[in-house]
Write a new protein. Sequence first.
Length: 193
Amino acid sequence: MRGRFLLLVLFLLPAGRASAEWQLKPWLGTTFAPGTTFVDLDSGATVHHIAVGVTGLKLGEVFGIEADVAHVPGFFQSGGPFKELVLGSSVSTVTGNVVVAAPRRWTEYTLRPYFVAGGGLMRARIDDAGDILFVSSNLGAWDMGVGVTGFLSDRFGVSWDVRRFRSVGGQDPASGGPRLSFWRANMALAIRY
């Protein structure tokens, strides 16, 4: 009986502190392969747009959580048929994600790959000359992707990732809501705390 009690006590004792690290990643990237029901992006559209943002991450040995904020100015502006109509546009995303990374002990002095997935909010805005296309819409969204981070010193490194963003809801306005999706590739300065 005493042996079982000792095993129970050992099982219930808190584990040793796992050291989690905080990372801040300001980044610059590009979007590609957009799809939307807001406007026809296939008609001569510029499909690559500059994206800027910042990612905050708390990462343990394998698992972590992340907050990602991004802004893509000019997302709906193109050389297509709406060139003169669209005066300004943008897409912004705010997502919370779960991160699964290669164990730190395996990648101490090399690139550390990771997988990320989560959800949040996507805001699409289109300002047009004649109030024909005006859009200001908040959409639920999910994202998923992969990336790698490598540190050049104890504190500073670089990170690259590719993610897919997609709104949650219908395929078009007639069937329950607008749809918006795109890929994003970015490179970040990784700062470890």
